[in-house]
Structure formats: C-alpha cells, structure tokens
Ligand binder design. Structure first.
Ligand code: SIN
Length: 303
C-alpha cells in the first residue's frame, strides 16, 4: 500500500499571514483534520486557499471543526474552487443558490437516502470536482459520513483486472437512482432533462494525473462497451460476466483500509475531492434529525 501520508508534514505555514494550518491525518490512506483555519477568513486569503487545495489533493477529504460561519461565507469559500450547482431533486437554500439542503427531519420533503456509496452526480456529463458540506444540526449520536479513496482502490486491483477494465466505459443514471421512487411521468421527465452520462471506468485525475476507479453502486448501471468477442464467448457471458465485473469493481469501496469515518458536530465541515473519492452517509439516527448544507463545485469532463 502507498502511504505517502506518513511523509506529510503535520504543520504547514500560510506564508501571507504567518498563520499555521495544523494537519492531522486521520488514517493511512485518506482524510485529514485541519486546525487553526476559519473558512470565512480563508475565503479572503489566496495563500490559505492554495494550501487548502494542495492538502485536498493529498488527503482527498479535509475536515474542519467549529466553523461558525454564515451561509454566505460557506458559499464564498466553495466558490473559490469553481461555480456551484444546484441539485435537481434536493432543493437549495432560497437565499443561497448552489447551497443544497440535505435535511432529514420528519417534515422533510425529501425521500432521499445517502446511505449508499457514491461519487456525487456522476449522472452529469461533468460531475462535481468537489463539495463543501457543513453540519447545521446533528443527532446526539450517529449520522456519521464515510469516504473512500478510489485512487488507492484502483492501485490495489490485480493487474489482470486493470488490463481488462482499461478500455471500458460505464453508463451513469439519475433515473435509476433518484428517479426510482417517482411516478413514471415524473421519472421520464427527469431523465429527459438529465440524460444518462457515459464515463471511463478508470478516469485520470485532471490535477494530479492519478488513475481513479470511477464506478459506483448508486449511479453506474452497466458497461457500454463490454460486449465484444474478447469478453463474450456465448450470449450467456454477456449479462453475468459484465454485471459481476461491475459489482466487483463497485464493491472495492467497501474495503475499510481505503476508508475514513467522520463523526459530525454542529459547524463541522468536510471538503472532499469528488473526483477521487466516494462517500456514504450512515442512516442510523432516525427519529433524530440531521441537517446538512452542501456546496457542490462544478467539475470537468472525465477522461
Ligand atoms: C452527500 O451524499 O453528498 C451528503 C453526505 C452526508 O449527508 O453526509
């Protein structure tokens, strides 16, 4: 296993203000908690923003505690990394477009479960580059979120699997996920507005050049170019061989050695690289409430 994180400095200087960001890696493969940073201040400091971006690329998900910031500051911080986008099913805050409300309360209009491994919005042609999620209200216990490092998941695949999946592409569908509980007309309208996307099964990180295993069990439905003579001897091979390989690949997200688990408190923030990770929000807390607000940052076309 690659463990670059062990070589990481635990303290990084923010040169412009002489302020130091404290960096505490949470596992050997993914996640670091950053101390001595206020995201409201960081949003106005280019040198701090550059350090946070570098740390994001290194640790893939960054955690910040005690961020008693306004919604405007939350949005302003995330906007430094790109434009924000709303979600077609989850609503955004009425005064803050791009700040998606993930509220789980008894009166929540949303029948929306995050307890499934996913990279956000891979059903988009250009899925988000990252997301900044702040906890507004959390249950007394439970409601943790887990992230998994999909660069490490790719690295540790057997070589013959890497060779087999190199040319493959996969379909990603909002209809299949968020559309499923909708009445048929509404589901079809959703699909018409957000047609399925197709992405490489192994994408390249646009900033680091790393290879990433880029299929997930929430949105990836099938390989689009599997059924060729080298993979299919008889018709019987088509469906089982293809779906078993896809299941094997998506199941890599379940491996604990690639994961980190974060316990939320009010005003905790997570900033993740959505290109190289998946996440899973643990739904163990009902009937307690949980309210999260997420700024999703637009991304690039995966290649
Ligand atoms: C998400 O799936 O983007 C939100 C995760 C969470 O609510 O913890």
């Amino acid at each position: 296993m690659t463990q670059d994180i062990h070589n990481a400095p635990t303290v990084v200087r923010a040169t412009s203000l002489g302020r130091s960001i404290q960096v505490e890696p949470l596992t050997c493969t993914i996640g670091a908690e950053l101390g001595n940073v206020n995201l409201g201040v960081a949003a106005q400091d280019d040198s701090l923003l550059a350090e946070i971006r570098a740390l994001l690329l290194k640790h893939r998900v960054l955690f910040f505690r005690e961020q008693d910031i306004t919604r405007a500051q939350h949005v302003a911080f995330a906007r430094h990394f790109g434009n924000l986008e709303d979600h077609p099913v989850a609503g955004s805050h009425p005064d803050h477009p791009g700040l998606v409300q993930i509220y789980k309360t008894p009166d929540s209009p949303l029948e929306r479960n995050e307890n499934s491994w996913h990279t956000d919005a891979t059903w988009r042609e250009k899925p988000p580059m990252g997301c900044v999620l702040r906890c507004v209200e959390c249950p007394p216990v439970g409601g943790d979120t887990m992230w998994v490092n999909m660069v490490e998941a790719y690295k540790q695949l057997p070589e013959d699997i890497k060779t087999k999946i190199a040319p493959l592409r996969a379909r990603h569908s909002i209809e299949w996920s968020f559309g499923a509980p909708m009445p048929i007309e509404k589901r079809h309208a959703l699909k018409a507005e957000y047609p399925d996307a197709e992405h490489p099964v192994v994408r390249t990180h646009p900033e680091t050049g790393e290879k990433i295993l880029f299929v997930n069990s929430s949105f990836s439905t099938h390989f689009t170019n599997f059924n060729v003579p080298s993979n299919v001897r008889f018709g019987q091979d088509k469906s089982p061989a293809s779906s078993q390989l896809l299941n094997y690949l998506t199941s890599q997200a379940n491996i604990p050695e690639f994961q980190v688990r974060f316990r939320w408190k009010k005003n905790s923030v997570a900033f993740w690289d959505n290109r190289s990770t998946q996440h899973y929000a643990v739904m163990d807390y009902p009937p307690s409430h949980r309210k999260m607000e997420r700024a999703g940052i637009m991304g690039d076309l995966p290649y």
